[in-house]
Write a protein that binds this ligand. Structure first.
Ligand SMILES: C[S@@+](CC[C@H](N)C(=O)[O-])C[C@H]1O[C@@H](n2cnc3c(N)ncnc32)[C@H](O)[C@@H]1O
Length: 450
């Protein structure tokens, strides 16, 4: 059949890109088949090579651009297209924002019908914005995974981080070669050095060196080497021999410096341990936090669910009567407690627990006390909010819900549940992760009048 023949693996085709999809990839249509082609833009005519087919879907790599979009630009990074870290370096920043706004709009409209989505707020920095990075190490290479594989593409720098990252990579490269350090092999599961996790905040570098064996050879030499470039240095080791995808285990050992990094935002001093979540783009984080603060009702009782290291909880405490932060990671909740102590904040309480368990209990307690004017902030991980949490929210019916999401698909799913009782007041995407497909979205929901 013509259709089957055309869609063979390795087959080369010339197609027109008619749209861009949820992951930023270009979309072409041929007969009844949809073809996904990364690194292409709407309006382009391209030669592609099919590498996978499934029912009436085909996945292809870009071979040659025949007609180029005006939105195309030269990527800054020499390994763009090979490295799986970035999706959008081939298009100008304005178009990146348009594509992201469109993804949020299309995804939400599928579940909720026509919806007004505000244009994506640009990041103050388009490059050099990341304060944290996780780098796989293996087969004597340090770099990022090749798109859709476990193969490491060696890198010397990443333009998403400032110059600290290049210095760190240089030092690690030298360390591995000079001391003949064994690196992990995913197939054989042999080799020691496996991952480098680094966070750089206010001139302080904190790294976690993930190893698979009980000993970390030449750790002292590594620390001495790094101290030349990073006088303010914290080093941890983490032993993770499990073959699963998780980068770190809970087996940490503190090797040098201080166990936490400190920073100040909104006049609040806070601490971050390596296991705590912190938004990677601090400028964008603070724009979003300010927008959340603006929307919180004065004198409300706030539940900050999925509260991380507690900075947002503390910011909100300035405006509300009382705030409860709920966070599952012990270290992060500990950071949040320390923050309250150091900043002398008295109207906030951190609860170290699973939101699915604790939020329903807290809601019961607040209802029993006849608490009025409850606002809930939800900032869950990519998998979104559990059924238990949604049920508890619908039970207590807060006057306002501020849902900050990093995944439009789970956001759409959860909003569909909440939409029975809540009207969507605003949908605001933010570009927390320029050059990549990832989007942060803040949705403000207000309780419908009965
Ligand atoms: C996207 S982060 C948001 C953190 C914080 N709001 C911030 O802005 O830094 C999600 C947080 O939820 C926490 N978390 C994940 N699952 C959880 C659960 N079931 N209950 C409570 N916290 C959870 C994670 O540890 C992480 O700190």
């Amino acid at each position: 059949m013509w259709y089957k023949y055309v869609m063979e693996i390795n087959r080369k085709l010339t197609v027109e890109i008619v749209d861009n999809g949820m992951n930023g990839e270009g979309i072409a249509k041929l007969e009844n088949t949809t073809i996904f082609v990364p690194n292409t833009l709407q309006g382009e005519v391209v030669e592609v090579e099919i590498y996978k087919t499934k029912n009436n879907l085909a996945f292809a790599n870009l071979v040659k651009i025949i007609k180029e979009s005006n939105e195309r630009r030269k990527p800054l990074c020499p390994v763009f297209g090979e490295c799986g870290g970035c999706d959008f370096q081939h298009t100008n920043y304005e178009n990146q924002l348009k594509l992201k706004t469109n993804v949020v709009k299309t995804t939400l409209q599928k579940s909720l019908g026509v919806i007004n989505v505000k244009p994506c707020v640009p990041s103050p920095k388009q490059f050099g914005y990341r304060n944290k990075i996780e780098v796989p190490i293996g087969d004597n290479k340090i770099g990022f995974y090749k798109w859709n594989t476990n193969t490491i593409v060696p890198i010397k720098n990443c333009p998403l981080c400032e110059s600290w990252f290049k210095k760190l990579l240089n030092a690690f490269d030298f360390f591995i070669k000079n001391y003949n350090i064994s690196t992990y092999n995913k197939q054989t599961r042999k080799g020691n050095l496996r991952h480098l996790v680094a966070r750089y905040i206010d001139d302080c570098l904190s790294i976690v060196v993930v190893i698979t064996e009980k000993t970390f050879p030449h750790a002292k030499e590594l620390i001495d080497l790094l101290k030349k470039d990073f006088p303010n240095l914290n080093v941890f080791q983490n032993i993770n021999a499990k073959p699963s995808g998780a980068v770190m285990s809970s087996n940490f050992k503190f090797l040098c410096g201080k166990p936490v990094q400190t920073a100040t935002d909104f006049g609040i001093m806070y601490e971050i341990s390596p296991y705590s979540f912190l938004q990677v783009n601090r400028d964008m984080q603070n724009i979003i936090y300010q927008n959340i603060l603006d929307k919180i009702e004065k004198n409300s009782v706030v539940i900050d669910a999925f509260s991380g290291a507690g900075l947002l909880t503390a910011i909100v405490s300035k405006k509300c009567k009382k705030v409860f932060g709920i966070e599952i990671v012990k270290d992060a909740s500990g950071n949040a407690d320390e923050l309250l102590k150091q900043n002398n904040i008295k109207n906030a309480i951190n609860i170290n627990a699973d939101c699915g368990v604790e939020l329903p209990k807290l809601v019961e307690k607040l209802k029993a006390q006849n608490t009025q004017n409850i606002n809930i902030i939800l900032d869950p991980p990519r998998k979104g909010v559990s059924k238990e949490v949604l049920k508890a929210i619908l039970k207590c019916q807060p006057s306002k819900i501020l849902y900050l999401s990093c995944n439009p698909a789970t956001l759409a799913r959860d909003l569909k549940e909440l939409a029975h009782k809540y009207k969507i007041e605003s949908v605001q995407p933010y570009d927390m992760f320029p050059q990549t497909k990832h989007i942060e979205t803040l949705v403000c929901l207000e309780r419908k009048e009965n």
